[in-house]
Design a protein around this ligand. Sequence first.
Ligand code: TIU
Length: 220
Amino acid sequence: MTTIVRAKPAPFTFDARHTALVIIDMQRDFIEPGGFGEALGNDVSLLSGIVPTVARLLAHARSAGWQVVHTRESHAPDLSDCPPAKLLRGTPNARIGDEGPMGRILIRGEPGNAIIDSLRPLDGELVIDKPGKGAFYATRLGEELAMRDITHLVFAGVTTEVCVQTSMREANDRGYECLLIEDATASYIPAFREATIAMIHSQGGIIGWTAPLDALLEAH
Ligand code: TIU
């Protein structure tokens, strides 16, 4: 069955059987104090405001029978999947792999690397660990989506201009039709969130579509 969402720059049409919700990096490392986001010098409280909206979106996707995908930006404990350039970037007093209040920063399996409790994945949902900003780079996401005949992706998560935008651009280049839920994404730099939403739907939807959650919930 086809659903039509009032979106920018034009209505977004999808079939639930071929649609996945992709929630990018709603991890303690970005949303709570003591993780990677704070180590980079950011005010992490700017991100927690979207949690109830992402939770409503997740509940909707589950009840509508979409495939759900959660991603985590994470690295192996020996950092073998972290390019030196990425390791050396950031702030000198706290780098990827350093000990922090929630365990080693951005390391797979550490407490801080987990998805926040209120958005915890359920059995049957995909959890993709990604060493880059994009969800497709060096992951099995493309194969997992192809196996399930997924053609349409609805995006949410953090941060808008870094991992969400990178993943959406990767998806767009791979031929997926992509919708970003505007109020289910946040940035440490609010102006970057606004700019990213505007650039995604500019030029006739050069990267995809954007819409608020209410437009999706009202769609039929
Ligand atoms: N998940 C994600 O966006 N990773 C980042 O490093 N984002 C920042 O904004 N730094």
